[in-house]
Design a protein around this ligand. Structure first.
Ligand code: DGY
Length: 312
């Protein structure tokens, strides 16, 4: 039985698949072209895709009836057509928990970088422009006492809140599954208006697509910061470019729409946009754990057991 793994994965987790007698086909390139994905998936029992592989009905049908499990190497599953998988009796799993802290860390890295203009400062020094200390050089925002609005208070949102407390930020949130938390809950529109820093941690669904549209971006406080380490399509990119030209203080984006953001995109030209290439979970230990979790889920399905992290 074949398992297609669409990228090389860190760590030794894939060895466990071989020990179970599975044939493991790992695609070794930087990305997997669609045609190649369709070809390689034929006859597979399992598929371990990354967030960049669109796994729709066509992929499932090319795999054929042998396909029993799609064990995502991610917590987000917006790249998988869950309805099509359910219809075909294919289990879909993901990797929650293990990447929570790494993603919260990166969110904070972006927050600090934007608020204190770290990238501009690095650039300034590197370009040989640092010739004197000056009281008004590269002034940024003092974090203490500002309000951090968290959209989506799941695992990652809560881990960001934990870090924010240590920085003296006031925290407010909005969330679908709002369990009682020790922070004020605000309706989305109020949170957007009141936050000095707005951080997105909600999954991408048809309801949250372009959640931060032009109207909402411009209803943020003047001089506020937007952070997105969730999914690029939560934000209207063109409207964000406009909002960054005068309305917002800045944005920290680990995800973009489109993604990858092509060279020459107007966002790159804005000094107040700090952009990283979707590396929220990119810790050595985290990425190895994600592989282990994906493999555990896949093997559970192989053994006819309920996988530990099902989404469909
Ligand atoms: C996820 O897991 O959904 C991230 O976007 C990639 O690790």
């Amino acid at each position: 039985m074949k398992v297609l793994v669409t990228r090389t994965l860190p760590g030794k987790a894939l060895d466990r698949l071989k020990e179970e007698g599975l044939e493991v086909l790992v695609h070794e390139g930087l990305f997997l072209p669609r045609e190649e994905l369709l070809r390689k998936v034929e006859g597979a029992f399992g598929l371990i895709p990354t967030v960049e592989d669109r796994i729709d009905a066509e992929v499932m049908d090319r795999a054929g009836p042998s396909l029993k499990v799609i064990a995502c190497y991610s917590v987000g599953v917006d790249h998988v057509d869950l309805k099509a998988a359910r219809k075909r009796g294919i289990r879909v799993t993901h990797t929650p928990d293990v990447l929570t802290e790494a993603t919260a860390d990166l969110t904070f890295a972006l927050l600090l970088a934007v608020a204190r203009r770290v990238v501009e400062g690095v650039d300034y020094a590197r370009r040989g422009r640092w010739r004197a200390w000056h009281p008004e050089l590269l002034l940024g925002l003092d974090l203490q006492g500002l309000t951090l609005g968290i959209v989506g208070m799941g695992r990652i949102g809560q881990a960001v809140a934990q870090r924010a407390e240590a920085f003296g930020l006031r925290i407010a949130y909005t969330s679908k599954e709002a369990k009682p938390l020790p922070y004020p809950f605000l309706p989305l529109e109020d949170l957007i208006r009141e936050a000095d820093i707005l951080s997105l941690h909600t999954p991408l669904t048809p309801e949250t697509h372009r959640l931060m549209n032009r109207r909402r971006l411009f209803s943020m406080k003047k001089g506020a910061i937007l952070l997105n380490t969730a999914r690029g399509a939560l934000v209207d990119t063109e409207a964000l470019v406009g909002a960054l030209r005068g309305h917002l203080f800045g944005a920290g984006l680990d995800v973009t729409d489109p993604e990858p953001l092509p060279p020459g995109h107007p966002l790159y030209a804005l000094p107040n946009a700090v952009i990283t290439p979707h590396i929220g979970s990119a810790g050595v230990r985290t990425r190895a754990r994600m592989a282990e979790v994906a493999v555990e889920n896949l093997l559970a399905v192989l053994k006819g057991e309920e996988p530990p992290n099902p989404v469909a």
